[in-house]
Design a protein. Structure first.
Length: 278
């Protein structure tokens, strides 16, 4: 169904996150405005897919009519395309389809995890977060609260999809946004063992370093953060993982470490160690 949309901010039609609105530019000079309630703590992608030879831009406006962002030109050679946006306040905003020519289009607003630390979503220790990488430049940030001296296991698992496994990247940042540690093993399943040097909020980003600028690439992932229970001794140890994500570390001497179900991280110190995955 094609519906004519209001031509000004005052008459903008509401579009909800995750929905696609199909409409048309019917005449020269026609512009369509959509209202959306943007929320701090999330990033947004505004997708425009044009048809019938239509070309144009997507523009974003604040509630007072101030223009915030303008997309690259959208036409038949590179559609659908997107405009990424991370709001610094929760408020009604407006999306304008500013055309060149006439024809049909589909407009979609996607809400995702924020792309910077200023609005990162909270992830509790011992919990998992499930989300999606929506495009080749995507980086999802979450905040976690670490305790000084505690060691944590950060585990990232991508669930198939169009990205190459080698492109998955997991990174930790300190309270000021300075990068502390990163992992990109090339397996599509990344893990970091991190001992917090300070108590307070840290940031974790999930991204991928694909160099292919394809606008629509979706890949689901799971991110989990668990505390490491330190059971290391100075003698010979035999450590067996549980069904969760385990970090097993042998201390000095001859150790045997066996992983169980879950994503396990095994490491021996000095001595003749044997490590078995499961």
């Amino acid at each position: 169904m094609i519906e004519e949309i209001g031509n000004s901010i005052a008459t903008g039609t509401t579009i909800e996150a995750g929905n696609t609105f199909s409409s048309a530019i019917d005449y020269d000079g026609d512009v369509d405005f959509f209202a959306h309630d943007f929320a701090v703590g999330y990033g947004y992608l505004v997708f425009l897919d044009v048809k019938d030879g239509l070309a144009g831009h997507v523009r974003l406006y604040a509630d007072d009519g101030q223009r915030l962002l303008t997309s690259v030109p959208v036409h038949g050679l590179n559609t659908p395309w997107f405009l990424p946006f991370t709001p610094n306040r929760s408020d009604i905003g407006f999306v304008e389809v500013f055309p060149n020519g006439t024809g049909r289009y589909d407009l979609t607003v996607v809400r995702e995890l924020a792309n910077d630390i200023s609005t990162a979503t909270q992830l509790d220790i011992g919990s998992s977060l499930y989300s999606t990488q929506e495009h080749w430049r995507d980086a999802d940030f979450v905040s976690v609260s670490f305790q000084q001296g505690q060691t944590y296991i950060l585990d990232l698992a991508f669930d198939g999809g169009p990205f190459f496994p080698s492109s998955a990247v997991l990174t930790i940042f300190d309270q000021s946004g300075l990068e502390i540690q990163t992992d990109s093993s090339g397996s599509g399943h990344e893990s970091i063992l991190y001992t917090a040097s300070a108590t307070g909020t840290h940031y974790v980003s999930v991204g991928q370093n694909s160099q292919v600028p394809t606008p629509l690439l979706y890949q689901d992932y799971r991110l989990r953060v668990d505390p490491l229970t330190d059971g290391r001794t100075s003698g010979p140890d035999r450590l067996i993982g549980s069904g969760a994500n385990d970090g097993l570390y042998g201390g000095p001497d001859h150790d045997t470490l066996t992983g169980a179900d879950g994503a396990d991280l095994l490491s021996g110190e000095t001595g003749d160690d044997r490590l078995y995955g499961d």
